[in-house]
Design a protein around this ligand. Sequence first.
Ligand code: NAD
Length: 424
Amino acid sequence: MRGTFDSTSALGNAMRQFDRAAGVLKLTPNQIAVIKQPRRVTEVKLPVQMDDGSVEIFTGYRVQHNVARGPAKGGVRFHPKVTLDEVKALAFWMTYKCAVVNIPMGGGKGGVAVDPRKLSTAELERLSRRYFAEMIDLFGGDRDIPAPDVNTGPQVMGWFMDTYSMHRQEFLPEVVTGKPPELGGSLGRETATADGVAICIREAARHLKIDLGGARVAIQGFGNVGSYTALNLYRDGARVVALSDDTGGYVYEEGIDIPRVMDYTRANRKLQGIETAMPELIPLEDPMEILEWDVEILVPAALENMITKENAEKIRARLIAEGANGPITTEADDILDERDVFIIPDILCNAGGVSVSYLEWVQNRMGYYWSLRRIQEDLDEIMTSAFRAVLHMSQQHHVNMRIAAFLLGIQRVTTAAEMRGLYA
Ligand code: NAD
C-alpha cells in the first residue's frame, strides 16, 4: 500500500501542535512544564493463556496525561502497531479534547500491542481482563475512566467493567464508558463519535456555504467512526463516492448505498470482496487514492499520519473532518492551510464520543437513565457550541481551526491547573 503511516511520529506532531498554540498564548515556561507532558505513564507485560495451552506475553500501556480538570478519560486501543509514544500522543489529545467540549475530565489513553483478529473470543476476553486487572489501581470512576477505541467496543468494555466490579465486590459501571446498554451503557454512545462528526460537518458546511445535499464525500476507515459517519452523511443527502478500510478501497460516482455496505461489513467484518455483493463498486488498486479523490468533503476515520507532505498537495477536498485522531501531520497541515482547506481538527471533530461517554458516566453515578432523544439533544448542544467557540477563537486570533481549538483547550487546562496550584 502506498503512503506509509508512521505511528512513532504522532507524538512529535502532537508536541508541535501544542508549541504553536502555546506560542500564540505566550505561555510561560512554568505553565508549559505543568500541562505539556503526561503525568503518569504505565507499561505492563500481560501473560495470556492461549487456547492451545501456550502462554503469550503482550505489552499494555496506560497514560494519564493531565487530570487538572477531572479524572483521566480516554479509550483503549488494541492494534499491532500500538507504541508508548502513540499512546502518549493520544492521551495528550484527550486532555485538550475534553477541555474543548468543556466536560469536567482530563486526558488518558491506553493500548495493547496485539492483532485482535488473530485471537479467539476467549483469548480476547482473557487479554482484556488481564489488562484491566494488571492496572486496576489506576482506574476508577473518580480516577481514570477508559472507553472504546480502535478494535475495542462494547463487549471489551463489558469485560473491563466486570473485572473491576468483581475485584471491588461492588457494581461499579462508572469505571468505564461505551458499555453495552444492558450493563449501564448510554443509549447513543455507539454512534456518538460519528454523530459529533456529522454535527461538525453540518456547522462547517453552513459556514463555508457548501450545500450538503449532493455534496461529494470520501471516507477513509469503515469501523465505528467511519461507518456511522458515512451513514449520517448518506441520510443527510450527501453522496459518499469513495470508501476504504485496511482491506481495500472502493468508489462509485453515483453515490454508494451505505446501508447495504454496512450489512456487508457487519457480516464479513471487512470491505474486501464487497464487489461480489455490490457489483457497482469499483475496487481501487491503492486504497490510499481515496484521500485524493475529487470530493468536497474528506473524512479520514482510520489512524494517524495518513495525510502527509507526500499527498497533501493532491488533496482536492475543501473541507476535511478529522474523524480519526491525528490523521494529518504538521507538515501536511501547513500545506493544506496555505491552500485554504478548512480542517475540523480531531480534538473538536471526534469529541462526540467522549461527550456521550461523559453523559454515560453521569447516568451511572445517578443510577437514572435518559432517553436517546435527550442524549442526542445534549450531544448536539455540546458539539454545536464547541464548534462555534472554536470558530470564534479562530476569527478572533486569525488562526486556523486547529490552533484555535488548542487555544481554547489550553486556556481552560492552564486556568484549572493554576487555580489548583502545586501541592508541595
Ligand atoms: P475501528 O477499529 O472501529 O475502525 C478502524 C477502521 O480503520 C477499520 O475499518 C480499519 O479497517 C480502518 N483502517 C485501519 N488502517 C487503515 C488504512 N491503512 N487504510 C484505510 N483504513 C484503515 O476504530 P474506530 O473506533 O472507528 O476509530 C477510528 C479512529 O477514530 C481512531 O483514530 C480513533 O482513535 C478515533 N476515535 C474513535 C472514537 C470512538 O468512539 N470509537 C472516538 C474518538 C476518536
